[in-house]
Design a protein around this ligand. Sequence first.
Ligand SMILES: Cc1cc2nc3c(=O)[nH]c(=O)nc-3n(C[C@H](O)[C@H](O)[C@H](O)COP(=O)(O)OP(=O)(O)OC[C@H]3O[C@@H](n4cnc5c(N)ncnc54)[C@H](O)[C@@H]3O)c2cc1C
Ligand code: FES
Length: 391
Amino acid sequence: MADAFRRFRVIAKVPESAVITSFHLRPVDGGPLWQAQPGQYLTLRVPAAEGSALKTYSLSGDVQRDDFHRISVKREAAPAGSAVPDGVGSCWLHDHVQEGSEIEIAAPRGAFVLDKHCDRPVLLLAGGVGLTPLLAMAKVLARSKRRVWVFHACENGEVQALGGELKALAEGSEGRISLHVAHRMPTERDRAEQRYDSEGLIDKALLQSLLPLDDYQVYLCGPTPFMVAMYRLLRDLGVARDRIAYEFFGEARALEKLAEQPVTRSKAASRAPKAVAGLVHLTDPEARAVAERIVPLAEPTAPATEGGAPVVFARTGVTKPWGGEAKTLLELAEEAGLEPAFSCRSGICNTCRCTLVEGRVAYVEEPLETPPDGQVLICCARPEGRVVLEL
Ligand SMILES: Cc1cc2nc3c(=O)[nH]c(=O)nc-3n(C[C@H](O)[C@H](O)[C@H](O)COP(=O)(O)OP(=O)(O)OC[C@H]3O[C@@H](n4cnc5c(N)ncnc54)[C@H](O)[C@@H]3O)c2cc1C
Ligand code: FES
């Protein structure tokens, strides 16, 4: 759906740290900016080997006041010496997009937004570049009456981005916004210039020492290991599940389930407190392109039972009749106990794309871009008769 996209011109490209750069964007057609809620993201169409790819970036500026949209992007280079390619979208933005360049962008989306009807104190917990949607929230919260606590965990001051903006918000808030920056491995310069408030990981003792007992609304965003560690801490501190809103920058999963998995110790985190022993990086090793998986198809083991036409998940050998509560093939797969990858659940990000081996589907919600023949976005499709999916 080409008309879902508008062309935007990069009016400024601003390095924010050694790895993160902001892009300020204005519509080429001279029309108004899109209305957005703090926490939402833009979808960019970027060049890729197969023609183009869609990449999502949270709005990091003041969505109510700025006269441009801003995204802040971490360059996801391939690990040194590895044979894998550099990150498609982030490296294109960093290396090829300049001031004056034009980019095709679709309107703000996303349900990870500040609840404006709530007046509870707010806790914003950011890991690395996961700060972006939370910074947009903090900018709007700065004009409210709510008490706000911001924790930003990052590796060190070289990679930390947008810290000056957070600091300015806290300093201008007459004590309503408290900011805490934790550097996992501060540099000599960080130490000399006192560019952080605590060294190491955010742990239970740190949260307890800084946060008064209160009924917080929590917003959490960062790399998966960070989110899992923070979720465990928050639940341990008695924060109710429905008070914790979170967003993954890669494949989305249920944090509750991930947090239940046993903590695995790793060399890099060996000095970490037990509760966060699984936390290795504060950058995002989880974000990567959706790989095309070609796998041998298994014979379905379970015959179709009564109900609608059978949906065969060929790789796992599960068959489930269409119908019941499921509104999409993704929901049906989840009902069948499978855990397909997904992120947006609304036809934008392509994370759920899989091969349609047999049959036809219809879209219950039109995808932002129709997938190529033989592929299906299962988060927004339903079967038309019997289908076989490579899942
Ligand atoms: C809702 C949402 C909001 C987001 N907001 C932001 C934001 O504000 N800022 C931001 O920086 N990011 C954000 N992201 C993440 C962003 O969308 C991209 O996922 C990120 O930029 C990586 O995309 P890429 O195309 O650069 O890298 P990809 O091409 O997806 O690759 C990612 C990494 O995997 C490596 N890789 C590639 N192929 C392989 C392979 N075969 N094996 C192993 N490794 C491989 C690459 O070298 C790279 O390091 C957001 C994501 C979501 C879902
Ligand atoms: S989960 Fe994003 S397109 Fe399906």
